[in-house]
Design a protein around this ligand. Structure first.
Ligand SMILES: N[C@@H](CCC(=O)N[C@@H](CS)C(=O)NCC(=O)O)C(=O)O
Length: 199
């Protein structure tokens, strides 16, 4: 059976748990204590990070790469667009999110107080800028739930936890977040540590 090595508070592992439940696949979770990381993680991922997915001979890391594999490997619903141009655009959006937002997540958790504060302001601005996109449709790519929503939701879930308060103008984004959180797969993918991150 497929095994996901996952951190119980790790935003990136959360993405993969969400997608695995969306696809309704059978899998096993191996909960990794990041403060006492087993050596096997570094032998599976040269960057020493979770999530890691193992399926038979295949070992993958990087949450978005794992999620694309799960999406392609298992039956519909497809979470990436099928049209090549739209698919490429979706990948570009994922790349932009990583570069502009998710690269900074570590600073929210491990940065000095000063760094945490400036990162909160940066993430707040970047997320607020997404409001016009979501004001027009149900999900990030239109009316269907997609990989983009799965990539973003774990951060939106952690806003209280990271002490990020979005302005009133971002109300459509928070309404969208509630829509994503109400999906059964989202609740199924939450660990007990994550359940209490949001008030
Ligand atoms: N870009 C990676 C980021 C993964 C990541 O940063 N994982 C963190 C936990 S959330 C980690 O394993 N850090 C190594 C450590 O804490 O030793 C992804 O998308 O999978």
């Amino acid at each position: 059976m497929m095994v996901l090595y996952s951190g119980s508070t790790c935003l990136f592992s959360h993405r993969c748990r969400f997608v695995l439940y969306e696809k309704g696949m059978d899998f096993e979770i191996n909960d990794i204590d990041l403060l006492d990381k087993p050596k096997e993680i570094t032998s599976m991922n040269p960057y020493g990070e979770v999530p890691v997915l193992v399926e038979r001979e295949l070992t993958l890391y990087e949450s978005n790469i794992i999620n694309e594999f799960i999406d392609e490997r298992f039956p519909p619903p497809q979470l990436m667009p099928t049209d090549p141009a739209l698919r490429a655009k979706a990948r570009l959006l994922l790349f932009n999110f990583e570069r502009e937002i998710f690269l900074h997540v570590d600073n929210l958790e491990n940065g000095s107080e000063e760094i945490q504060q400036s990162t909160r302001a940066l993430v707040k601005d970047k997320l607020t800028q997404l409001t016009p996109i979501i004001a027009k449709s149900k999900f990030m790519l239109g009316d269907e739930f997609s990989m983009i929503d799965a990539a973003l939701a774990p951060l939106l879930w952690r806003l209280d936890y990271y002490q990020i308060l979005l302005p009133d103008s971002a109300a459509p984004l928070m309404k969208y977040a509630e829509r994503v959180f109400s999906r059964p797969a989202f609740s199924e993918g939450l660990t007990s540590h994550e359940k209490v991150m949001r008030r």
